[in-house]
Design a protein around this ligand. Sequence first.
Ligand code: NAI
Ligand code: MG
Length: 358
Amino acid sequence: MKIAVLPGDGIGTEIVDEAVKVLEVLDLKVELEFADVGGMAYDKHGHPLPEATLKLAKEADAILFGAVGDWKYDKLERQFRPEQAILGLRRNLGLFANFRPAICYEQLTHASSLKPELVAGLDILIIRELTGDIYFGQPRGRRAAPDGAFQGAEEAFDTMRYARPEIERIAHVAFQAARKRNRKVTSVDKANVLETFQFWKDVVTEVGQQYADVKLDHMYVDNAAMQLVKSPKSFDVVVTGNMFGDILSDEAAMLTGSIGMLPSASLNAANQGLYEPSHGSAPDIAGKGVANPLATILSAAMMLRFSLNQPAAADRIESAVKDVLSQGLRTADIWSEGTRKVGTREMGDAVVAAITTK
Ligand code: NAI
Ligand code: MG
C-alpha cells in the first residue's frame, strides 16, 4: 500500500514530520512517497498542484496532507493560490464525504469554550457533503435584477442544488459510519424553507429504510446550531450539506478546545481519502517548533482506520495520544497551569514513546 505524503507550507512540514515518525514506528507494510503541494510547489514548479503530485495522489491508497497557504501568496491570481491545491485534489479524486470528529479529551475539558460538564466525554462525528450544494451550483453570477422591487438594480445570485445520487451516497456513508458507533444519525436540513433541503430530507429518509438498526432523526440547521452548544453530547453522527456542514463543523471544533487537536478525512466512493488536520498553515507560528502535531497524528490514525483497513494500528495511535495527555504534556495551544509545555518534536517523540512502550 502507498501513502502520498504532502506536507505543504508553514507548519505543514513540522507537523507532518511527527505523523510520519509515528507511522514509521508502527512498522506497517506501507510505502510513503513525498510530493510538493501548495505555495512551496508554486515557488518550485509554477503551480500549487503540480502534475506529478496529482498523479501520485491518484495512485496512492491515501493522502496525508499537512497544510497550505501563506499571506505572501494572497496577491496571486486565484488559480495559482495554494488553497487551490486542496480544491483540485477534492475535485480530481471525487472526495465527497468530509469526516470531522469532535472529540473532547478528558484531560482537555477545561480548554473547551463550554462548561466542562457539557463536553466531558464528548465524541461526535460531523459528516459534511463536500462537492455539491450552493458552493458549486450553477448558474451563479451578477446581473441586473429581473423583477420585483429592485428590478434593474445590480444583484448577485448562487444556486443551491443537490442531485438524488449525491444525497444517497453521503447518506449511505453516514449510516455506515453510525453502525461503527452508536447507531444514531441526525440529518440537518432547512426543509421548512428550502426545496433543496426538503428533497435532502426525503432522500435521507428513504436511504434510512435500508438501515433499520440505525436511529434517524432530522433537525433544522438553526436548531442544530443551538443544540450543539446546549447539549452537544445528544448527537452521535451528524450528516448535512456542504454549507451547513462548513459552519457546524467549525462550531463543533470549538467545543473541543484547540484546533490543533482536530483531525479530518475526505473520502471518495472507493474509500480513498485525504487526511489532514482541520487547521491551516499557521504562518504566525511556522518555523518556531511550537505547533501542535496531534491533529495530524490523529489524522494518520483516521487514515489507517478508513482507507488502509488497519484499525488496530489506529487504536494504538489514539491510545498513545491519550497517554501523552495523561502524562501532562501540552503544546502551547493547549497548555494550562500545572502541565508541562513541550514543542512540536517533543510531542511527536512522546507519542512514539507511548506506542513503543506498550
Ligand atoms: P490557521 O488554522 O492556520 O490558524 C489559526 C490560528 O490557530 C493561528 O493563530 C494559528 O497559530 C493557530 N493554530 C493552527 N494550527 C495550530 C496548531 N497545530 N498548533 C497550534 N496552533 C495552531 O488559520 P488561518 O490563520 O486563518 O490561515 C492561515 C493560512 O492557512 C491561510 O493561508 C489559509 O488560507 C490557510 N488554510 C489552509 C487550510 C488547509 O491547508 N487545509 C485550512 C485553513 C486555512
Ligand atoms: Mg470552514
